[in-house]
Design a protein around this ligand. Structure first.
Ligand code: CUA
Length: 337
C-alpha cells in the first residue's frame, strides 16, 4: 500500500510541478496584454486560481490515472477486490482543506473587489452605448469623441449609460467589463498604465450589429492627452464643414451596419443615395431625397428597403443633436457612387 502511495504521490507532484511551471513561465501566453493597474490585481487572482486548479487537477487525475493502471483487472483474477469503508482522518482533511481554500479565496476576492471599486478618480468619461456604437463624452473638457483616449497614471471613472438595450463595456487589456443598462448609470474605474492601442468591445448580445459594436481605445502619456484635449476643443470650436462633421457621425453611428462602397452589411449601402429609386418591402418604390433620408434616420421602421430586416433602432433622434442630424443628412446627400 505504501508503495502505491509513493508512486501515485510522485506522479501527482510531477504533474503539479509541470502545470505550475507552465503557468509561471508562460502566463502571458494564456492572457491578453495587460494595460491597467486594476488588471495587475485581477491577474494576481487569476494566477492564484490557476495554481490551485493545477494542484487539484494533478491530485485527482494523478491518482485516477495511477489507479486505473495499477489496480486493473488481471486476466486470472475474478475476485471482487477488497471492500473499503470510511476513513475518518481522510474525510476530515478533505473537508477542512477545501474549506480553508474557499475562505481564503473569498477573503482575497473581497480585498481586491474593494480595491477595484474604490471611488477616487482623476478624470470622468461618460460612455454612451446604443445599437451599435459607442460615444465618449469628457464633461470636464466639453468634448465628444468616437474614440476613447485616456492618459496613463490617472484613475478614470467611466459612467455608463445605454439608449436602448443592455450593452457591455469591455476592454480586455484593462481587465474590466461592466454592463451599460438603459434607465440607469453604472460605473467602472480604470487606471491605464501601458501606452498603446486597444479596443472597446460590446460583450452583451444586443442585436444584429453586436459583432461590429466596437470603438478604438488609445492610452497615451499625460502630455499627449493634454495635446489631444486642446486639439479636440479647437476642432469643435472651428465647427468643421457640415459634410466633414457628417462623415464623423457616419463613422461613429452608422458604419457598424452600413457601408459606403455599395456592398450590403446589416443594412443597405448608403452611397449614391440622392435621386436613387429604391424598392420597399411592400413593393412600392420611392425616390430618395432629403426628407426620405431624414425620416429613415429618425423613424427607421416607416419604410423598409426590400431585402433587409427591419432592425434599425429608433434611437438616433435622441443620440444626435439637431445640428449633428443636419450634418449627417448633408453628408449622405452627397456621398458619391
Ligand atoms: Cu452592444 Cu452587443
Amino acid at each position: 500500500m505504501r508503495k502505491h502511495f509513493l508512486r501515485a504521490g510522485a506522479l501527482v507532484v510531477s504533474l503539479a510541478a509541470l502545470l505550475g511551471w507552465l503557468a509561471y513561465t508562460r502566463f502571458d501566453f494564456f492572457v491578453p496584454r495587460l494595460a491597467s493597474e486594476e488588471g495587475v490585481v485581477v491577474d494576481r487572482l487569476l494566477r492564484v486560481h490557476f495554481f490551485l486548479i493545477a494542484a487539484i487537477f494533478a491530485l485527482v487525475v494523478g491518482f485516477a490515472v495511477y489507479s486505473v493502471w495499477a489496480f486493473r483487472r488481471r486476466a486470472d483474477d475474478d475476485t471482487p477486490g477488497a471492500a473499503i469503508h470510511g476513513h475518518g482522518g481522510l474525510e476530515f482533511l478533505w473537508t477542512v482543506i477545501p474549506l480553508g481554500i474557499v475562505l481564503s479565496l473569498s477573503a482575497m476576492g473581497v480585498r481586491d473587489f474593494l480595491f477595484l471599486r474604490r471611488t477616487d478618480a482623476d478624470l470622468t468619461v461618460q460612455v454612451q452605448a446604443q445599437q451599435f456604437s459607442w460615444g465618449f463624452v469628457y464633461p470636464e473638457y466639453d468634448i465628444r469623441s468616437p474614440e476613447l483616449v485616456v492618459p496613463t497614471g490617472q484613475r478614470v471613472k467611466f459612467e455608463l449609460t445605454s439608449l436602448d438595450v443592455i450593452h457591455s463595456f469591455w476592454v480586455v487589456e484593462f481587465r474590466i467589463k461592466e454592463d451599460a443598462v438603459p434607465g440607469m448609470t453604472t460605473y467602472a474605474y480604470v487606471t491605464p498604465r501601458t501606452e498603446g492601442e486597444y479596443r472597446v468591445r460590446c460583450a452583451e448580445l444586443c442585436g444584429s450589429g453586436h459583432a461590429n459594436m466596437y470603438a478604438p481605445v488609445r492610452v497615451v502619456s499625460p502630455e499627449a492627452f493634454d495635446a489631444w484635449v486642446a486639439e479636440q476643443q479647437a476642432a469643435q470650436q472651428q465647427a468643421a464643414s457640415p459634410v466633414a462633421r457628417g462623415e464623423q457621425i457616419f463613422q461613429q453611428y452608422c458604419a457598424a451596419c452600413h457601408t459606403l462602397d455599395g456592398s450590403p452589411k446589416v443594412g443597405p449601402s448608403l452611397n449614391g443615395l440622392a435621386g436613387r429609386t429604391t424598392t420597399l418591402d411592400d413593393g412600392t418604390t420611392v425616390t430618395v431625397d432629403e426628407a426620405y433620408i431624414r425620416e429613415s434616420i429618425l423613424d427607421p421602421q416607416a419604410k423598409i428597403v426590400a431585402g433587409y430586416p427591419p432592425v434599425m433602432p429608433a434611437t438616433f433622434g435622441q443620440a444626435l443633436s439637431e445640428d449633428d442630424l443636419d450634418a449627417l443628412v448633408q453628408f449622405l446627400l452627397q456621398a458619391g457612387e
